[in-house]
Design a protein around this ligand. Structure first.
Ligand SMILES: CC(C)(COP(=O)(O)OP(=O)(O)OC[C@H]1O[C@@H](n2cnc3c(N)ncnc32)[C@H](O)[C@@H]1OP(=O)(O)O)[C@@H](O)C(=O)NCCC(=O)NCCS
Length: 137
């Protein structure tokens, strides 16, 4: 398996698979090196998209592996690459979050060393609570 930052040639695959954001945002994230992708035989098998809370704290917005390819270490490989890269740029803490009732990703985040740090809802945008996690580096 190869893990690297997303590149412009990954745009079509990401548009098909990163369904929570539009093409313009995907292009923006690719331009800013805010995607990490995992590949097998030169085909993408998962991605991690991130941003920076307060422009400072690396925030893992989304990590996704197609269902058929899960539990084979791809998600962990994406996360490990990202964590190592964020350490290189001097990050002291990582952030992520999950919808409150989605327990599986929360367990996965904890396995990767995250601890729960609070809950928020987003008013008119989405009253469902989101659980936030941090990992001290
Ligand atoms: C969360 C997600 C990215 C994890 O990806 P993944 O590739 O399945 O993750 P990994 O394979 O690294 O780890 C998952 C499990 O497989 C196990 N595993 C890892 N390699 C393995 C292998 N070779 N054989 C068997 N099991 C393995 C891990 O120990 C882990 O165990 P757990 O289920 O007890 O936690 C994936 O489930 C997903 O895309 N979910 C939907 C989207 C989502 O919820 N994203 C997170 C919120 S943004």
């Amino acid at each position: 398996m190869q893990v690297r930052y997303g590149q412009s040639g990954d745009l079509d695959w990401l548009c098909e698979n990163d369904i929570h954001v539009g093409k313009d945002w995907i292009k923006r994230c690719l331009g800013n090196q805010e995607y990490v992708v995992a590949l097998q035989d030169n085909k993408i098998i998962g991605f991690l998209r991130f941003s920076f809370f307060w422009g400072k704290i690396p925030y893992m917005d989304m990590v996704w592996v197609p269902e058929a390819g899960r539990k084979q270490g791809t998600g962990t490989a994406l996360f490990n690459f990202w964590e190592a890269e964020m350490k290189k740029v001097g990050a002291k803490v990582l952030m992520t979050s999950s919808v409150i009732h989605e327990l599986e990703p929360q367990t996965w985040h904890k396995k990767n060393g995250f601890q729960e740090s609070g809950q928020l809802h987003f008013g008119n945008f989405d009253p469902t609570k989101e659980v936030f996690f941090i990992k001290n580096l």
